[in-house]
Ligand binder design. Structure first.
Ligand SMILES: [Zn+2]
Ligand SMILES: [Zn+2]
Length: 179
């Protein structure tokens, strides 16, 4: 593990959320959001309303800016996000999740909690000077965010789809060369 479990999960969820905005948008209904929350085991308030969905969708450009920022810029964004939400880090334990940090109450709006959770995860990334774990997809046609938690820092594509497309293109290029 590069970071603690809760930090890695928060980063992975944030990357998935940001990449859901890529065409075709995969976060377009309250059901999509409910699935996302279940997949990442979100607890706390979940209104299930169109407004909540809209707020979470609107969060994506800001999270994208944060995840792809340089280190000093990320610090500015993280500090602003934590201040705006009046974040108070508290250790908590629930369900099968051992002690980890929640920095705002579970009764706060979902979009606020996702923003704060991502900001808290970025605190770890910034302090460990591991911003290079985040980048954009090596496929030129894709703007997806990539989170590389691999030991040998080998991850270059945002998804297996992009990785496969790249492999096929490289194969064809080799065939053409030797054809
Ligand atoms: Zn929790
Ligand atoms: Zn990609």
């Amino acid at each position: 593990m590069v970071f603690t479990h809760d930090t890695e999960a928060a980063l992975q969820a944030a990357v998935e959320l940001v990449n859901s905005a890529d065409d075709p948008d995969t976060l377009s209904s309250p059901d999509d959001l409910a699935e996302f929350l279940e997949r990442w085991e979100y607890t706390g308030r979940h209104d299930g309303t169109a407004r909540e969905l809209e707020d979470v969708r609107d969060l994506r450009p800001m999270l994208r800016a944060l995840l792809t920022a340089d280190r000093d810029r990320a610090v500015v964004l993280v500090n602003a996000m934590l201040a705006e939400a009046h974040a108070v880090p508290q250790l908590t334990r629930h369900g099968r999740h051992d002690w980890h940090v929640h920095a705002v109450s579970g009764t706060e709006a979902l979009a606020t909690r996702i923003a704060v959770e991502t900001a808290m995860a970025m605190v770890d990334v910034i302090r460990a000077d591991e911003m290079t774990r985040l980048g954009t997809c090596a496929d030129d046609a894709c703007g997806g965010v990539v989170l590389d938690l691999s030991r040998n820092r080998s991850r270059r594509f945002c998804s297996t789809t992009c990785g496969n497309r790249h492999a096929v293109a490289a194969y064809r290029a080799r065939q053409a060369e030797h054809g």
